[in-house]
Design a protein around this ligand. Structure first.
Ligand SMILES: Cc1cc2nc3c(=O)[nH]c(=O)nc-3n(C[C@H](O)[C@H](O)[C@H](O)COP(=O)(O)OP(=O)(O)OC[C@H]3O[C@@H](n4cnc5c(N)ncnc54)[C@H](O)[C@@H]3O)c2cc1C
Length: 519
């Protein structure tokens, strides 16, 4: 057995390991036995051998920014963290076929910078430039564009099994996608603990001739079911091939404002009625969405026409090319010195600025703007787009029930969730993403003030209740938080759990890699 030495060292220093203790979830701190920063596969194999020898377990993270689901924290106490921040090479870029081979430490920002002059780009998530691609793919995360359902767009180029064996599930000399004997094996390594992944092949998105933005506003909340049904049709017929995110008013409001502790009662929660004026001033509709429509000029134009036609009477649909939006934004910036004292101008400037920033993200430029929303109930800090929200002390959770793209079911879920939020005195914020024409992904956000013990307890109760409710209704969550793991008796996917256990036992009999994760 190789010795655990030379290439890297095991660090126990509290100042270094502190970062991995706090999952950001309520009452969920983990003891960490140490951390290693591998630089290559040998380092990873050595770590695993060391764990076997010392009867320890480890927990790999890519950038460890799994915010809202557990951050950098492991499921169980006493894990040795395998932090891939030093293993961040872009090993290969096929600029004809549009794929990259990347190591776990590669961040969205790094890849975007690497591709800045290429005809391919990365389909970004809203989690900002410092988050990884590999960790996100392994969590089955999603972005916004046509390749946004990321776990469908990768293969495992290199992984290390628990016994130190290095494997590849993509031996194609030239890229062809998922084919051959390994085709169906890729995804069993997502949301799992079967191996440590050290390189993936990742499909990029082509930069298009035309890139327009569709801005959708449902002025009446009652139109939600109809909107979902129409969106299912638009996706099924191929008019929309991206992943439109529809946000409710609190989700949009939270990015630009914070809870006003001087005016609103944190035990009761602020109602939409109470902030009616602010919502109107900020031009926020009950539900709104901004998504990308792209292709050749002709295709884009035809798509927008069809979307407008289909959503007539349900939503206000506006469209604008990104080029025009940037021009307007530049103009507004230019005249700022002349109009800076006019209130309405300042509001317009802020809205256009934010919209432009968000829209540029769809062009392969990750942006941390959405991170500001995590500060909604932070009582002592101003929102920041650059800081780690867990370290900043923001209290927030994501809960992610996957729903059918059926208006009635989506509406039932929304109404049920809303009533629970009202009961517990929190503002209900949610996005609904049309991932496919069949599946709608809800990301329900709960923001609370971590500095307030009672409020935190209330939030914890509500989280438990939401999780139970979704299970009872059969709305399986697409992604889970580590404070739910290992899963309890009440899980409904019993057969899947049993099969996963068998696979785990054969690949990792000593239970070394991330025990408890998704099991
Ligand atoms: C405001 C905000 C917006 C967000 N928007 C999005 C969004 O649009 N889409 C989205 O998907 N998420 C989003 N998130 C959630 C989350 O922050 C991202 O998914 C983020 O990319 C996950 O963190 P990471 O990339 O650092 O992965 P990591 O935390 O490094 O990895 C996630 C998990 O995968 C496993 N893992 C990681 N690396 C390896 C490896 N090499 N081998 C084996 N297992 C491994 C580990 O169990 C780890 O806990 C958002 C979060 C916030 C706060």
């Amino acid at each position: 057995m190789p010795e655990f030495k030379n290439t890297f060292s095991l660090l126990h220093d509290d100042a270094i390991t502190d970062r991995y203790k706090d999952s950001g979830l309520i009452n969920h701190l983990r003891l960490i036995s140490g951390v290693v920063f591998p630089e290559n596969c040998d380092d990873v194999a050595n770590t695993l051998h060391y764990c076997i020898k010392n009867n320890m377990h480890c927990y790999p993270i890519s950038s460890g920014r799994n915010w809202g689901y557990g951050g950098a924290s492991p499921v169980l106490n006493d894990a040795l963290i395998v932090d891939f921040k030093k293993m961040n090479n872009i090993r290969h870029f096929d600029d004809v076929n549009g794929v990259v081979d990347i190591e776990p430490g590669v961040t969205q920002g790094q890849l975007a910078h690497y591709l800045k002059d290429a005809s391919w780009m990365v389909d970004c998530t809203g989690a900002g430039p410092d988050t990884s691609i590999v960790g996100n793919v392994l969590e089955r995360g999603f972005g916004h564009g046509s390749n946004g359902n990321r776990s469908q767009h990768f293969t495992i180029k290199e992984a290390v099994l628990a016994d130190g064996q290095v494997i590849s599930l993509d031996d194609h000399k030239d890229y062809v996608g998922r084919a051959g004997l390994s085709a169906g094996l890729q995804e069993i390594f997502t949301q799992n603990n079967l191996a440590i992944i050290t390189c993936i092949r990742f499909e990029l998105s082509k930069r298009q001739e035309e890139s327009a933005r569709c801005l959708i506003r449902l002025t009446n909340a009652n139109n939600l079911p109809l909107y979902i049904d129409k969106m299912a049709e638009l996706k099924a017929e191929g008019t929309i091939d991206t992943l439109p995110h529809l946000g409710n008013s609190f989700r949009m409001f939270g990015v630009s404002q914070q809870f006003d502790f001087t005016q609103w009662d944190n035990k009761k929660g602020v109602t939409e009625q109470q902030i009616k004026n602010s919502l109107a001033q900020n031009n926020i509709a009950p539900w709104s969405s901004a998504f990308i429509v792209s292709g050749s000029k002709l295709v884009t134009k035809a798509r927008i026409k069809r979307i407008k036609q289909q959503l007539k009477g349900i939503a206000i649909v506006n469209s604008i090319s990104l080029k025009s939006l940037i021009k307007i934004n530049d103009f507004i910036e230019k005249i700022y010195p002349l109009l800076k004292n006019i209130k309405i101008y300042n509001r317009l400037k802020k809205t256009i600025n934010q919209l432009t920033q968000a829209m540029i993200m769809f062009e392969g430029n990750p942006d941390g703007l959405a991170l500001k929303g995590c500060y909604w109930r932070h009582a002592s800090k101003q929102p920041s787009a650059n800081e780690d929200p867990v370290i900043a002390g923001c209290g927030f959770y994501w809960i992610a029930p996957a729903l059918p793209m059926k208006g009635e079911v989506v509406n039932n879920c929304i109404e049920l969730t809303k009533s629970l939020y009202e009961q517990y005195g929190f503002e209900f914020a949610v996005t609904l993403t049309s991932v496919t024409s069949h599946m709608c992904q809800a990301i329900v956000s709960l923001y609370f003030n971590k500095e307030d013990e009672k409020e935190t307890l209330r939030a914890k109760e509500l989280i438990g209740l939401l999780r139970d409710t979704y299970q009872k209704e059969g709305w399986i969550c697409y992604r889970r938080s580590i404070d739910e793991m290992p899963f309890g008796e009440s899980e409904i996917e019993c057969d899947a759990i049993a099969i996963r256990k068998k696979i785990k036992a054969s690949l990792d009999p000593n239970n070394i890699i991330a025990p408890g994760r998704y099991e």
